[in-house]
Ligand binder design. Structure first.
Ligand code: 8YV
Length: 306
């Protein structure tokens, strides 16, 4: 049987590309010298396309894909995908939820421990020979018994909450609506939650609805002994305020995996020892990225089999 033509909009990990090429007649839009010309001539041949949270899916791109019925995206986040417009055009959009919950939650825990225990700063302290010279590293912060506030309590947030219980943390959360089947204390007021917590963890979707929801006021309420962890999206926090408050120590510590203008993180953070920085590695393990890739493929297989 002839293989279904599938248009890949942007670069993908080699394993995923190979799995797609094994099953479908793959064409790579990002390798076309004249992408617009290619689409004008060929777009009608594709019922399916593949993208990622990194490449995204804009309304313009959707308009250039008149025959596409499904777009399968690598990643759980849909903030870079115009899902509403795609659906309006009758196009299904599929993502890769669930398979990345554990490893993304583990990154939150890793950042929480690395940040509150000054692991990176102390690694530098030893490497710079300061310990050998008889200096002592300052005492860090424990998390047992501390109130940890989750901003967002979806699939990944729920897994983080369970892991935090194992560390003896008092888990509370902020979402637009209280979740009926959840025993953790709900805060409708994010500033009040930040004031009561030692740690705030951002694990909510990006996009217009959550833009800057972690404001300067929220970070100030978290305070000089507080720790902010972001494994959601850079857009959910006022990044200018975040940098200023970390520099002035009005905010104690931060562990950051995501930024507003990735892959560029604010250089003002580089000299600070109360910040741990990661290059958007939440789901970046061999196991999870393979599972995400397999999900991109199975989303297409299910669609074509239906
Ligand atoms: C992506 C992510 O893998 O899934 C998401 O929404 O942010 C990551 O897991 C990463 O953005 C690569 O596209």
């Amino acid at each position: 049987m002839a293989k279904h033509p599938v248009l890949v909009l942007g670069p993908l990990m080699p394993y995923l590309l190979a799995e797609l090429e094994r099953r479908y007649a793959v064409e790579k839009l990002y390798e076309e010298k004249d992408a617009l010309g290619f689409l004008q001539e060929n777009a009608g041949r594709f019922r399916a396309a593949v993208t990622s949270t990194f490449t995204g899916l804009t309304a313009n791109m959707i308009d250039l894909l008149p025959s596409v019925e499904i777009v399968s995206s690598f990643g759980v986040g849909t903030d870079s995908l115009d899902v509403a417009y795609a659906n309006k055009k009758g196009i299904k959009v599929a993502n890769t939820p669930d398979v990345l919950n554990e490893d993304t939650a583990n990154m939150a825990i890793a950042l929480l421990l690395a940040t509150t225990r000054d692991v990176v700063a102390n690694d530098r302290f030893v490497r710079e020979g300061r310990w050998a010279k008889g200096e002592s590293a300052p005492l860090a912060q424990g998390i047992e018994g501390k109130k940890v506030g989750l901003v967002g309590l979806g699939r990944i947030g729920s897994v983080i909450a369970e892991k935090l219980l194992a560390f003896g943390c008092d888990v509370v959360y902020h979402t637009r609506n209280k979740k009926p089947d959840v025993s953790y204390t709900h805060y409708s007021d994010l500033v009040a939650m930040a004031r009561d917590c030692a740690v705030l963890i951002a694990i909510l979707p990006g996009g217009d609805a959550t833009q800057g929801i972690i404001s300067r006021q929220v970070l100030e309420a978290l305070g000089s002994k507080g720790t902010f962890i972001n494994i959601a999206r850079g857009s959910v926090v006022d990044e200018v305020a975040l940098v200023e408050l970390l520099q002035s120590r009005e905010l104690g510590r931060a562990g950051l995996d995501v930024f507003v203008d990735e892959p560029r993180a604010p250089e003002a953070l580089f000299a600070l020892d109360n910040v741990v920085l990661q290059p958007h590695m939440g789901s970046a393990t061999v196991e999870t990225r393979k599972a995400m890739a397999d999900r991109v493929v199975s989303n297409l297989e299910k669609y074509f089999a239906a």
